[in-house]
Unconditional design. Sequence first.
Length: 395
Amino acid sequence: MSDDADLIIAGGGLAGGLIALRLAQTRPEVRVLLVEQGPTLGGRHTWSSFETDLKPASRAWTDRLIAHRWQGYEVRFPAHHRTLQAAYRSVTSERFHAELSAQLGPAVLTNAPIAEVAPDGVRLADGRRFKAPGVIDARGQAGGEKGTGAAPHLILAWQKFLGVEAITGQPHGLTRPIVMDATVPQEDGYRFVYVLPLAPDRLLIEDTFYSDGADLDVARLRTNIERYAAAQGWSLARVARTEQGVLPIALEGDIQAFLAAGERETPVARAGLRAGLFHPLTGYSFPDAVGLAERVAAARDLRSPSLLALTRAHAIKTWEARSYYRLLSRLLFRAAAPEQRFRVMQRFYRLPEPLVERLYAAHLTPADKLRILTGKPPVPILAALRQLRKETPAP
């Protein structure tokens, strides 16, 4: 039986979709099959990043995915408000689906739940099989991103949110994103509201928590959003859509054991959350997904054994380079009482803007790392010192 494709990508979310897109752009001779269980690529999500998170070449090939752009953003804390000048960009799942569908055409298979992934292909829930010498599993971190906490060998906390995209009864007047408004009552950990002005009469408002638990009370968060909008003077005339998420924040762990556990179950290359590729502190995943897509597209050998070795090495190298960011996550979650966690971010956002940009891009310099930890700490000093130890792998 002949192969149906040269490469099958299981999962048409951000990570899998970007790999397929980059291959279509740079190696159109490679026959790719992108298999997604849902009706559309990307689900119902908004992925945001700062312009400085990506190199110019990476921004160029992903530019058509950007649905919204702003110059500058705001943060609000009880002790200070600040406007920063960094450019902020958002990819919507609607734009993501439209652009990938246009560029990939028949290489996209939707409404196709996957029952089994193997090094030589996939089997769908309806019994159909597709064969290829190369397979990548990009279906998301098993259990972790769904809020079950099932991420063996990694110790995680959670960034969870409900987002409401609403049409306002009159122009809302907001001209730039509010990336963090932590002036709201603190509950269930560090809470802030995130707002994107999508149009003069359209807002995406997300009630967000850095929480120890993964449970998401959708009804309560929807009420929170309605109250926040009313306090800002925004009349929400109609809800256009909602989105929600429970995203991992990495505290510590053994990335090699984590990957090995997944490979024993399914010995194929992994991408995205399934490979532990996300910013340990912010949870942002778009830059990591772009980086892996570029690595895969540049690989000479797209067969499963070579892809497995490539993605494993990339995930391990990325994880090991980010131990400092996991330290910051531990300081946020373990050194501060839940209702006092906002003080950590409140202090951080007094630092120079270039340093803030480098933290989001995961490119802090040694001087930056020292600067963040010097001065009067926003958490009890003994609690902070306990987190400075070498991280402990999860069992």
